[in-house]
Ligand binder design. Structure first.
Ligand code: GLY
Length: 589
């Protein structure tokens, strides 16, 4: 049987369930309560506290399927195997098994006839070569050899290739071992080996041995527990299993690529790359829009804008002059709705926003390209002012100007652009980008405090507004403030706002203990605990109580006692959509 992605996901989860793993849910692409990242780039984001030692309610062995979005390799998108949005299967050991079991099970799953049945003779692996901080990973190499992978197919590679994490500047990380499948293509050159970008060796899976914590000083300290974090790329593995040359040829991409080929005038291979970029970017943009993010000039909205505008520009280079993105998005929604029903539920919003952004950009694109050519004609280098002009008047994201420059061998002064940007908008877009690059779930003191304050606010609203069915519709915490969305159909009066503040501050003054209890979803419901998205919870969960005041399902972390919080103050209350209000609040010292 030739496997498709549904079968692969089922098999993987079944295999690891048989090895004692519990399935945990696919979380949102927009991390909740993590101000240090814009997107979920890997399965580890929601698991950071547990990799650092907090007990996970489901135990020490977990398995998941996580949708991820990364821009770190965005320039590689369009080759045979890079995607910005992809699905990743993973098995996790939180201080339980380590290298031997992880590697043994990986090879068993890949090659056993009962599972994927891939040819063991075509499996190549890489292990970490070691550096001044961390030793060469001879142990993993020995394990591979003991399982029948000969020395000649084991490669020692550098940190750039064989290291994963931390998700941000600091946090859990470690060396990994990576698995590649020899596609049978001719080697590109003499030392073509796993990690060579020519695509002869298709990387499909990595096992990360997360036993280090990177500190703010850049040191690597051993963690209290040894973790395993593995990641199998679904699209890549399907390409290998189906004998396809690239991820763009698998079932999930074929209708997208076919539609683009039909409406474009493609004549050469370079244009094929544009088709792939559009396919990848609009798939990612569709998923981001489904999170109710809209195109903007900062943060997630900026990344979304960049994806959409780059796709339109590549479309133009293929001769596509008419709006096409919402049609494309419709196809993408159809393909993925069976797994992600919220795509269908938000279809109208997604298509509308896609149309609006396309209309907006098409108005200025042709003129902008003419302006770019005019500027570039007599120059070796595009300065910050001109790059900013292209952004401000023609809507060209700086990355697009850089890409256009690269195509004709011209540099663009990105720092100069940032200076201009700051002068005009007083916001650092670089800040937003940096934030995107980093990623540790920020468990800094202040965010933990604001998280506990969010629970108090949630309950205080129900009590003051005398409406028990008020629930959390969204939450976002930065070290400076909390943001809380909830269902209510009118604005709060000044008195109500003051009453909510007073009630929260009363609980802070009472010095209530904050306690965690492990239980099941049913039990928690019986106890009357607040929940957010029921479908997201696993078999076992944590319930946090704050004295007798609040009871909420949550994985934490929280302060130990409300007296640590300081003074609670609401700074803003407004409507964000019909029937949904948003509160911003702070804790003063
Ligand atoms: N398993 C780590 C990653 O590739 O995301």
């Amino acid at each position: 049987m030739v496997l498709n992605s549904d079968n692969l996901k089922k098999l993987y989860i079944e295999f690891f369930k048989q090895k004692g793993h519990k399935f945990i849910p696919n979380v949102s692409l927009i991390p909740e309560n993590d101000p240090t990242v814009l997107f979920t780039t890997a399965g580890m984001h929601p698991l950071v506290p547990f990799l650092l030692g907090q007990p996970h309610p489901q135990g020490k062995r977990l398995v998941n399927l996580q949708k991820c979005f990364r821009t770190s390799d965005i320039d590689e998108v369009g080759n045979n195997f890079h995607l910005s949005f992809f699905e990743m299967l993973g098995n996790w050991s939180l201080g339980d098994y380590f290298k031997k079991e992880a590697i043994t099970w990986s090879l068993e799953f890949l090659t056993s006839k009962n599972w994927l049945g891939l040819d063991k003779n075509r499996i190549y692996v890489s292990v970490f070569e070691g550096d001044e901080n961390v030793p060469r990973d001879e142990e993993s190499a020995r394990i591979w050899q003991s399982l029948g992978i000969p020395k000649e197919r084991i490669f020692y590679l550098s940190k750039k290739e064989n290291w994963w994490g931390p998700a941000g500047e600091t946090g859990p990380c470690g060396p990994d071992t990576e698995m590649f499948y020899d596609t049978g293509k001719k080697s590109c050159e003499k030392d073509c080996k796993p990690s060579c970008p020519c695509g002869k060796y298709f990387e499909i899976w990595n096992d990360v041995f997360m036993e280090y914590n990177k500190t703010a000083e850049g040191k690597y300290e051993l963690l209290d527990q040894k973790n395993v974090d593995t990641g199998m790329g679904v699209e890549r593995t399907i390409a290998v299993l189906q004998g396809k040359n690239s991820v763009y040829e698998i079932e999930e991409f074929k209708p997208i690529v076919d539609m683009l080929k039909k409406i474009s005038k493609i004549t050469n291979e370079k244009q094929e790359k544009s088709i792939r970029i559009i396919a990848d970017h609009i798939r990612a943009a569709t998923f981001i829009l489904a999170e109710k993010i809209v195109p903007k000039n900062v943060e997630q909205g900026y990344i979304l804008r960049r994806l959409i505008r780059r796709a339109i520009r590549h479309g133009k280079s293929l001769g596509i002059e008419k709006d096409f993105l919402s049609e494309l998005s419709k196809i993408i929604i159809k393909i993925h709705s069976k797994d992600y029903s919220y795509l269908k539920e938000n279809e109208e919003f997604i298509l509308n926003e896609m149309k609006k952004e396309e209309m907006r950009f098409r108005k200025t694109l042709a003129k902008g390209l003419r302006k770019f050519n005019e500027i570039a004609k007599n120059l070796k280098n595009i300065d910050g002012k001109n790059a900013f002009l292209l952004f401000q008047s023609y809507g060209f994201p700086i990355e697009m100007t850089k890409e256009l420059g690269k195509e004709i061998g011209i540099d663009v002064d990105e720092n100069g652009f940032e200076e201009e940007f700051k002068k005009h908008q007083k916001i650092s877009r670089v800040g937003a980008e940096k934030k995107f690059g980093s990623g540790l779930a920020d468990t800094s003191e202040q965010t933990v405090k604001l998280h506990t304050a969010t629970h108090l606010l949630n309950e205080a609203l129900r009590r003051v507004l005398k409406k028990r069915d008020i629930i959390q519709k969204g939450s976002n915490i930065t070290p400076e403030r909390l943001r809380f969305d909830f269902n209510f159909d009118r604005g709060l009066t000044d008195k109500e706002i003051k009453d909510v503040e007073d009630l929260v501050n009363e609980q802070i003054k009472k010095a209530l203990p904050v306690k965690r209890k492990e239980t099941t979803l049913d039990e928690a419901k019986k106890m009357g605990a607040q929940a957010v998205f029921e479908q997201k919870y696993g078999e076992k969960i944590f319930v946090y109580s704050i004295g007798d005041f609040s009871l909420e399902i949550c994985s934490g972390p929280h302060v130990k006692n409300t007296k640590e919080l300081g003074k609670f103050k609401i700074v803003k209350e407004k409507s964000i959509s019909s029937g949904v209000r948003r509160i911003r609040a702070i804790l003063e010292k």
